[in-house]
Design a binder for this molecule. Structure first.
Ligand SMILES: *[C@@H]1O[C@H](CO)[C@@H](O)[C@H](O)[C@H]1NC(C)=O
Ligand SMILES: *[C@@H]1O[C@H](CO)[C@@H](O)[C@H](O)[C@H]1NC(C)=O
Ligand SMILES: *[C@@H]1O[C@H](CO)[C@@H](O)[C@H](O)[C@H]1NC(C)=O
Ligand SMILES: *[C@@H]1O[C@H](CO)[C@@H](O)[C@H](O)[C@H]1NC(C)=O
Ligand SMILES: *[C@@H]1O[C@H](CO)[C@@H](O)[C@H](O)[C@H]1NC(C)=O
Ligand SMILES: *[C@@H]1O[C@H](CO)[C@@H](O)[C@H](O)[C@H]1NC(C)=O
Length: 298
């Protein structure tokens, strides 16, 4: 018994330490749980509503929303406690509005710099925090309709099969987030990237994207390019040009002309074929016939 008592005595500090560790672990676990962010997206220039999920809705007497700048710093945005509004940062004064009934905050005229992690902190009438939720705001902006341009040059290969080598460019502006160029209906193994460029605007932080590729083809190919969610017009490259068609038409016209010429010449030759000894006699008859017909007309 004695030994057991001493053991118990010895265990006391260990137990309290364990309890502390367990408490800490639980705390981390609970705060870790609330760290699974709720994701919301906003379109550049439009508005978005931060809805604070609260499991203790009836107890909530106050609420504020802050932006997480880094692990230590938060930027208070807007909130209320009981019937009073909390002082709003001038930068957000015009753009934000808290809805006390719905425990939400509307933010207008969203810019790319609004993107990031936010906390929504709700508390009861004793200033005790009841809920802390994380809301991750993502901003999107549609790219302009891409401009597609082409510059093809012909490369002869073998017996008349002409391969064209086309330089295709695709560009669009004003999108977010950064995106890549996709070439619709082009065989990727036949394309090679010549130039790949993208840059973010200093002010709006939106992206301008420009890509140039080389593509070889020997038959008509319809091509368009897409950046983000927008698609360019479709253009046709490597057309069996209208040039041969013109040539074919010309050849036909010339042929017809030549045939006509030959026909005329042949007829003339038949009529005035040089006299042979056999039809010397007949010739007189023809001449006479000619004379007769001439006379008849007169
Ligand atoms: C929100 O997005 C992040 C990654 O961006 C993801 O880890 C998280 O699971 C998402 N949350 C929800 C609720 O979908
Ligand atoms: C929206 O915000 C941009 C800057 O982010 C500003 O230039 C523009 O004037 C704002 N528009 C409105 C209607 O407030
Ligand atoms: C083009 O550039 C963008 C951004 O710099 C990059 O994400 C993409 O992978 C590049 N594409 C190719 C094919 O190099
Ligand atoms: C954009 O930012 C860069 C570096 O921060 C600066 O050199 C450049 O002048 C800025 N351009 C404009 C148009 O403000
Ligand atoms: C895209 O790059 C091509 C090739 O360098 C260039 O000719 C064209 O002007 C660029 N377009 C834009 C919109 O920057
Ligand atoms: C290209 O598009 C045109 C018109 O949209 C269509 O008539 C033609 O068949 C298409 N050609 C190919 C090779 O898909």
């Amino acid at each position: 018994m004695r030994t057991a008592e001493t053991d118990e005595e010895d265990m006391k500090p260990v137990c309290s330490l364990l309890a502390l560790v367990v408490t800490l672990l639980l705390l981390t676990a609970t705060s870790g749980n609330s760290k699974v962010p709720m994701n919301i997206t906003a379109v550049l220039g439009h508005s978005v509503t931060f809805r604070c999920p609260s499991t203790h809705r009836d107890l909530v007497e106050g609420l504020y929303i802050q932006k997480v700048i880094n692990d230590k710093d938060d930027l208070f945005i807007n909130g209320f406690y009981k019937s009073r509004d909390m002082p709003v940062k001038p930068a957000y004064l015009r753009r934000t509005k808290v809805n006390k009934m719905e425990l939400s905050m509307e933010m207008r005229n969203i810019s790319v710099s609004d993107e990031g992690l936010y906390n929504c902190v709700a508390f009861d009438n004793k200033w005790e925090k009841t809920d802390i939720s994380d809301i991750l705001l993502k901003v999107t902006a549609e790219y302009s309709v891409p401009t597609i341009t082409t510059d093809c040059s012909e490369r002869k290969r073998g017996y008349g099969s002409a391969v064209q080598s086309c330089q295709l460019s695709c560009s669009a502006v004003g999108g977010y987030p950064q995106s890549t160029v996709r070439w619709v209906e082009l065989n990727p193994s036949l394309t090679s990237i010549v130039y790949n460029w993208s840059s973010a605007d200093n002010e709006s932080k939106t992206w301008t994207i420009n890509q140039t590729i080389m593509y070889n083809c020997d038959q008509p190919t319809n091509v368009s390019c897409a950046i983000g969610g927008t698609v360019s017009d479709t253009i046709t490259i490597c057309e069996t040009e209208s040039f041969p068609l013109v040539v074919i038409t010309a050849i036909i016209i010339v042929l017809v002309f030549v045939l006509l010429l030959i026909f005329v010449v042949v007829i003339k030759c038949c009529c005035r074929r040089p006299p042979t000894s056999e039809d010397q006699a007949g010739r007189v008859d023809i001449l006479l016939d000619d004379c007769h017909s001439q006379l008849q007309r007169v």
